[in-house]
Design a protein around this ligand. Structure first.
Ligand code: SF4
Length: 800
């Protein structure tokens, strides 16, 4: 580390003195990024990771030529806010602040969508796309829109977002004409104005349309979008909307509504001019959301990935593709509409054949594709029907409504541990729909969409996108993508006797991604460097393997520097106790069903341990491997202790927040939950809100799930059979345990006890997970039998 950078970053640090380790974190990020590398960093609460990463980013953007901007992604809302606040703090000390923006989805921004004024059944996304398309057609220089009046563009606004090199194809005066036509006359009491985000927009609640004087046919458009064109794709909303130059929807949404510009466009203009952009994982790893940030991402971008222990699972979900039964039906209809039209008259057929020929697609290919989609639906209907007849008693007997389980189903289409051709592909091959058909479906779809447009049909087509997914179904390998049918429980008003499952489930063909490492590696390889951080990344060498960082470091063409660093908890050691309670493993085989009447030896032992911990001083969080076990434990404790016992179950965000509020207020209580739930991660229990957290057993995901088994198999293939279970299941579960334990001590003054319960936490025990804890945590863990809990608690709290 050069002296200059060491001195240089201090100017950007938001506080007077860094915490212990924080200066080292900042310098490690700077040093790694200057070498175009990535730092994987574990740092517990108190390391000041947010401020450290922003300080390093600010220094790299301002003081080096290597970085133009930084993008921060975090899956936790509360963390996003923390980045906003820390960047604001940095800016208070800077003469020239760094411009920052926090991204929000279109659904939360669109004034019409927010007020639910779009026609029933149309999604904000689809309706917006239609309105944007119409508006673009109307403002185009060569559109038929008449502009009698002369409208002038306002001067002195924020820089436009016009893509560099983009030729101006719109007419600003036409855009202003649309805006002025839509403006509501303030004294017109009959037209209700559109209010949202505490502001009144210049436009009425209904979306305006062109008048006969403007266009021959009436066209709906979006005046907020037109205002964006009227500003030459710029916006009057600037970073000064926030006094510290870090704008969130709280600032830019009301200002956009007030001035009548699309808030989503205003956000994009800010984004294109920002130094630091704060978003979520989708903005990096999901193809659709990525489009929003793409204009600013390149090899001069620094990437900050927060809560990186979640990245593997989250990216796996984002890379999973689904083809819904109802979407196949729509694709079949797209093709059907064109074929019907061609049959209506010879001249239609000839014209359609000509349009299709431009894509090198014969009419027969459209007929084949339509038949394919129709056969796919039939296959899906029969396959789901057969599965439910096998799985659900009484299904299809007329008593279906009594027996349908209210849960989702996975129907595996191959053995999860045998990467052979799946059932659907085999069916397709047997029915002459091999690769030649599946690979061409997207080309056929595109030709059909084009032809439909030519004949003036305004269908919202899906046949190109669905065709591409079937092409991938054929092409993708079977180890990394596991094929299955997903049945999502969603009861409907239908009463279809023939196919009763349709009354209860939405069915989809799913290509489940088992191995996200290659994709993560490719994406990180596009940028200039960065940091991946979390309080629980250990063991770091395994983290590097499963997330593709290792491959990035050993890339044949352009190997990148990858370094790693773990920081210890810096708060006073005497303020905490860490115990392993040595009781037999809490395995399914030992414990049996989580029923209150089950008093077997294992359950009695665990009930005793839970009671000893629950009655100790203060607020106690007890985390069990799943919600059913949590319910059992809460019921047992209510029988045994006087302290109030709260039970957390899978519920809405608001209900969970309310439960947490109840827990931390008033007399001491016990809160029982699942270790995989939402109260054990990303939730702060500050000061005296939590005294002890105990985790019972290893919270493995459902290992009976076919997709979990497929992931395990893929990991075995990639990282060695002997590592498969550990990498895919055990290590994520241990990170979850450590997240829960991390709730107890959140500040230097806090005191508390962290406990893991069960033989598998004991060093050298059979299938022990002890070694997956970082060294410093292992050194603090004290092993004891349950009978010592009472005296150990007494001793710990009496010392305070
Ligand atoms: S362009 Fe903006 S304001 Fe108009 S519909 Fe879309 S999101 Fe809403």
């Amino acid at each position: 580390m050069s002296e200059s950078s060491l001195e240089g970053w201090l100017e950007y640090f938001g506080f007077s003195d860094p915490y212990t380790n924080q200066d080292d974190v900042i310098e490690s990020i700077i040093k790694t990024a200057e070498d175009r590398g990535y730092l994987a960093m574990e740092g517990p609460c108190g390391t000041g990771k947010t401020m450290a990463s922003l300080t390093a980013a600010s220094y790299l953007i301002r003081e080096t030529d290597q970085f133009n901007n930084a993008v921060v992604v975090t899956p936790v809302k509360q963390q996003r806010q923390q980045f906003v606040e820390d960047l604001r703090t940095i800016n208070t000390g800077l003469e020239e602040p760094l411009d920052g923006v926090a991204l929000v989805g279109k659904r939360d921004l669109c004034p019409y969508g927010r007020e639910d004024v779009f026609p029933a059944g149309s999604s904000v996304q689809d309706r917006c796309e239609d309105l944007r398309e119409n508006t673009a057609e109307l403002v185009a220089e060569d559109s038929e829109l008449e502009t009698e009046r002369q409208f002038v563009t306002e001067e002195g606004q924020a820089p436009p977002s016009q893509t560099p090199g983009e030729e101006k194809w719109w007419d600003t005066a036409k855009a202003r004409n649309l805006v002025e036509t839509a403006r509501r006359d303030p004294i017109d009491e009959d037209t209700e104005p559109l209010h949202t985000a505490g502001q009144t927009s210049p436009f009425p609640r209904s979306q305006p349309a062109t008048t006969p004087e403007m266009t021959q046919s009436r066209q709906l458009y979006c005046p907020f979008e037109a205002e964006w064109y009227a500003h030459d794709k710029g916006s009057p909303v600037t970073f000064s909307a926030d006094e510290n130059h870090v704008v969130t929807a709280e600032e830019f949404l009301p200002e956009s509504v007030n001035t009548g510009i699309c808030p989503h466009r205003a956000m994009m203009v800010l984004l294109e001019n920002a130094d630091i952009v704060i978003g979520n994982y989708n903005h990096l790893f999901d193809a659709a959301s990525r489009k929003i940030v793409d204009p600013i991402l390149d090899e001069n971008t620094l990437v900050i990935i927060d809560e990186a222990h979640r990245m593997e699972e989250r990216v796996r979900d984002l890379l999973t593709d689904t083809i819904g039964y109802s979407t196949v039906k729509r694709a079949e209809r797209d093709l059907g509409v064109l074929l019907e039209r061609s049959r209506q008259a010879d001249k239609n057929e000839q014209a359609i054949e000509r349009w299709l020929a431009q894509h090198d697609v014969p009419l027969e290919a459209v007929e084949t594709a339509k038949q394919f989609y129709s056969d796919v639906m039939e296959w899906l209907e029969e396959r789901v029907d057969a599965e439910l007849r096998d799985e659900v008693d009484g299904y299809g007997t007329g008593l279906t409504w009594n027996s349908i389980p209210e849960r989702d189903f996975e129907v595996q289409l191959r053995e999860p541990k045998k990467p052979e051709t799946d059932e659907f592909t085999r069916w397709a091959e047997q029915n002459d729909y091999a690769g030649d058909t599946l690979r061409t479906l997207s080309k056929v779809g595109l030709a059909v969409e084009d032809a439909l447009e030519q004949i003036g049909n305004e269908r919202d087509c899906v046949c190109t996108a669905i065709g591409a997914l079937f092409g991938q179904w054929w092409e993708r390998d079977h180890t990394n993508y596991f094929r299955e049918i997903e049945l999502e429980y969603s009861e409907k008003d239908l009463q279809d006797i023939e196919k009763p499952w349709q009354n209860y489930y939405n069915a989809s063909l799913v290509m489940y991604n088992c191995m996200p490492s290659q994709k993560i590696k490719d994406i990180l390889g596009e940028f200039g460097g960065g940091v991946l951080m979390s309080a629980t990344l250990e063991p770091l060498s395994i983290f590097e393997e499963v997330t593709g960082l290792e491959r990035l470091a050993t890339d044949d063409e352009e190997p990148r520097i990858v370094s790693s660093q773990t920081y210890d908890l810096t708060f006073p050691e005497e303020n905490r106790a860490s115990w392993i309670v040595d009781v037999e493993a809490f395995k399914k085989r030992n414990r049996g069903n989580p029923s209150i009447d089950n008093r077997n030896k294992t359950r009695e032992r665990y009930a005793y341990v839970a009671r000893e911990i629950a009655i100790s001083q203060g607020n106690i969080l007890l985390a069990w491997p799943n919600y059913s076990e949590a319910e059992w434990a809460a019921n047992r404790l209510r029988e045994d202790i006087d302290k109030p016992v709260l039970l957390d179950q899978s519920s809405s965000h608001e209900e969970t927040r309310e439960l947490k509020r109840e827990f931390v207020h008033g007399e001491p209580k016990v809160l029982v939950t699942s270790t995989r739930g939402t109260l054990t991660e990303g939730v702060d229990y500050e000061g005296d809100e939590l005294h002890t957290c105990a985790v019972f057993g290893i919270p493995l995901v459902n290992i009976g799930s076919p997709r979990v088994q497929a992931v395990e198999h893929a990991y075995g293939h990639q990282f060695g059979e002997e590592n498969a279970f550990t990498y895919a299941l055990t290590i994520p579960a241990v990170r979850q345990v450590r997240q829960a334990l991390g709730r107890v001590i959140r500040g230097p003054e806090e005191r508390g006890v962290r406990i893991v319960v069960g033989e598998r936490f004991v060093p050298r025990a059979l299938h022990s997970v002890y070694d997956y804890f970082p060294k410093n945590e292992r050194e603090e863990l004290i092993q004891m039998k349950p009978d010592f809990l009472e005296s150990q608690f007494k001793q710990f709290w009496e010392e305070s």
